[in-house]
Design a protein around this ligand. Structure first.
Ligand SMILES: NC(=O)c1ccc[n+]([C@@H]2O[C@H](COP(=O)([O-])OP(=O)(O)OC[C@H]3O[C@@H](n4cnc5c(N)ncnc54)[C@H](OP(=O)(O)O)[C@@H]3O)[C@@H](O)[C@H]2O)c1
Ligand SMILES: [Zn+2]
Ligand SMILES: [Zn+2]
Length: 352
C-alpha cells in the first residue's frame, strides 16, 4: 500500500479539497497508472453531494472521477497487454465478477457485482474505491482500456464516460444514416451524442435550453437546433424522430420529447436526475413508442468506441482546468456553463 494525493469531498456540503488516499501495490494482474487527465462528469457532482442517496449513498471522504487517461508506471507479473510507458485509460468500472451471464455477454455494466471506480466497496483495501481526481490509480488489467495514440489526451479522457454512455445506446437502438436523431441537453454527454450521431450519418437535431449554444451545436455536427422552451419550434418536429437521447441532469418534462417520436421511436434516458420523472402513458401507447434507459457500456464496447473515435478523429471539446478550480467547475455545471467538458490537468495536483 502507498499514499497518493487526491481531491476529496468530506461531506455532502463541503467543497472538494486536498486529501491523501491509500492505493494498493499492484497485484500480479494489476496496472498502475499515473493519471494525466480526468474529465469532470455531472455524476461526480451528484455523487460528491450525495444527491443519489436513495440509490447509491455516498461514503465520505469521496474522491470522484471516472474519465481517466494516464501513463502506465508499473504492471504485475501476469499482465500481458500493458507495459510501463504505455498510455492507458479507466472509465466508470474497475471490476466485476466476470462469471455471470451479463459479464459473459460483455455487459459488465449490468453485472450485479460490478465495482464502480469510486464510492464502491474496495475488496483489496477495505473501505470504498477512490476515483480519478488523484495522482495515480491501480486497476486490474481487464478493466484498463487502450488509448489510441492519435487522440488528444485531455479531450480523450471524457470519452471514458461521456463517450461510451452516448455511443452505447446509439449503437443499441440502431442509429445510422437515414435516421432522425435528437439529443437533449448540450453538456458533456450531449455534445458527445451530437458528435456520434453525426459520425454515424444520422440527421441530428439538438434540443437546448441555452440559445447561446446554437452555433456550437452546428459546429459539433447538428443539422438543426431547437430551443426547447419555444413551443412552436418543438411542434414542428412532432411525431418525426426515430431516436432521442436525453442527457439532462435535472428534473424536466420528458413527455415533450416522447411526443416528438415517430411510430416505434425510442427515447433513451442517460441523464440521471435524482427526482422521479412523470411519464404520460398515452404518449407511449400512441405510435407504440418506448421510453428506456442506458448505463455507460461494457469494456469491449468502450474499446470499440475509443477505436471509433480514433478512426473518426473524435474527442471531447474540453476546457482544461487545474484541480484547484474543481469547485468552481461544479458551480458552472449547475448553470449549464460548460463548453463542453472540464478536463483536469492532474499535473496541478503536484503543488498540493
Ligand atoms: N446513464 C449513464 O450511464 C450516465 C453516465 C454519465 C452521466 N450520467 C448523467 O447524465 C447527466 C448529464 O451529465 P453531463 O455530465 O453531461 O452533465 P452536464 O455537462 O451538466 O450537461 C447537462 C445539460 O443538460 C441541460 N440542462 C441542465 N439543466 C437543465 C434543466 N433544468 N432543464 C433542461 N435542460 C437542462 C443543459 O444543456 P442545455 O444548456 O443545452 O439545455 C446542460 O448543459 C447527469 O445526470 C449525469 O449524472 C449518466
Ligand atoms: Zn460519468
Ligand atoms: Zn458479472
Amino acid at each position: 500500500m502507498y499514499n497518493a494525493k487526491a481531491y476529496a469531498a468530506s461531506s455532502a456540503t463541503s467543497p472538494l479539497a486536498s486529501h491523501t488516499i491509500p492505493r494498493r501495490d499492484p497485484t500480479d494482474s494489476d496496472v498502475q497508472i499515473e493519471i494525466l487527465y480526468c474529465g469532470v462528469c455531472h455524476s461526480d457532482l451528484h455523487q460528491a453531494r450525495n444527491e443519489w442517496s436513495g440509490v447509491m449513498p455516498t461514503v465520505y471522504p469521496c474522491v470522484p472521477g471516472h474519465e481517466i487517461v494516464g501513463r502506465v508506471t508499473s504492471v504485475g507479473s501476469a499482465v500481458t497487454r500493458f507495459k510501463p510507458g504505455d498510455l492507458a485509460a479507466v472509465g466508470c468500472m474497475v471490476d466485476s465478477d466476470r462469471t455471470c451471464p451479463e459479464c459473459q455477454a460483455g455487459l459488465e455494466q449490468f453485472c450485479n457485482n460490478f465495482i464502480l471506480t469510486y464510492n464502491f466497496p474496495d475488496k483489496h483495501l477495505g473501505g470504498v474505491t477512490y476515483g480519478g481526481y488523484s495522482e495515480s490509480i491501480v486497476v486490474d488489467e481487464n478493466f484498463v482500456l487502450r488509448v489510441p495514440t492519435n487522440l488528444n489526451l485531455a479531450g480523450a479522457a471524457p470519452l471514458l464516460c461521456a463517450g461510451i454512455t452516448t455511443y452505447s445506446p446509439m449503437r443499441h437502438w440502431g442509429v445510422t444514416k437515414d435516421k432522425k436523431v435528437g439529443v437533449v441537453g448540450l453538456g458533456g454527454l450531449g455534445h458527445m451524442g451530437v458528435k456520434f450521431a453525426h459520425a454515424l450519418g444520422a440527421h441530428t437535431v439538438v434540443f437546448t435550453t441555452s440559445p447561446s449554444k446554437k452555433d456550437d451545436a452546428i459546429r459539433l455536427g447538428a443539422d438543426e437546433v431547437v430551443i426547447s422552451k419555444d413551443a412552436n419550434q418543438m411542434a414542428r418536429h412532432a411525431g418525426s424522430f426515430d431516436f432521442i437521447l436525453d442527457a439532462v441532469a435535472a428534473e424536466h418534462d420528458v413527455n415533450a420529447y416522447i411526443n416528438l417520436l415517430a411510430r416505434d421511436g425510442n427515447l433513451t434516458m442517460v441523464g440521471a436526475p435524482p427526482q422521479p420523472l412523470a411519464v404520460g402513458v398515452f404518449g407511449l401507447l400512441f405510435r407504440r413508442r418506448s421510453f428506456s434507459g442506458s448505463c455507460i457500456g461494457g469494456i469491449a464496447e468502450t474499446q470499440e468506441m475509443l477505436d471509433f473515435c480514433s478512426d473518426h478523429n473524435i474527442v471531447s471539446d474540453v476546457e482544461v482546468i487545474p484541480i484547484q478550480k474543481i469547485n468552481e467547475a461544479y458551480e458552472r455545471l449547475l448553470k449549464s456553463d460548460v463548453k463542453y467538458r472540464f478536463s483536469i490537468d492532474m499535473a496541478s495536483l503536484k503543488t498540493e
